[in-house]
Design a protein around this ligand. Sequence first.
Ligand code: ADP
Length: 167
Amino acid sequence: MTIAIYPGSFDPITNGHLDIATRASKLFDKLIIGVYDTPSKSLMFNTQERVELVSQSIAHLPNVEVRTFIGLTVDFARKMEARAIVRGLRAMTDFENEFQMAIMNKKLSPDCEVVCLMSSLKFQFLSASLLKEVANLGGDIDDLVPKPVLEALRKRLILRATSLKKF
Ligand code: ADP
């Protein structure tokens, strides 16, 4: 059985991430989405919320699971008995970083391959951070995120607006 992991912050999971996960799920027997527990970025959703949103968004994909992890991605891969680390590549923005990270991961774990899938054209310019910015400003993000994420974002923004009104 060939297992792969797909690591990231997923704050929150977008249709761009889901597209990569769906395509990777056809290449491997099992795909484990690894939600990074303590990324150095400032987050909108905590780990439990991010895991829950991923879990709801992949419910229709029978060979895809979600787990959290901390520490090195290659250690998580080893623990999951994964042969490959899946990453998504958007035009212009991702290549340098992913290339650097792939070389390092290869050095740390020579038996584990990094498999980069090209982002589909319609998600090339979609990032979780841009999505949050647009959502915060009330922009239409309906076709950019899975339904559970859309609902969670709406709830979060209503809560924020209500607490702002109190001041
Ligand atoms: P990280 O914090 O590791 O960058 P992200 O959650 O931002 O994690 O992304 C996880 C992976 O998904 C990365 O490989 C990233 O390049 C990829 N990715 C993010 N957005 C898209 C998208 N719109 N299309 C394809 N891949 C994407």
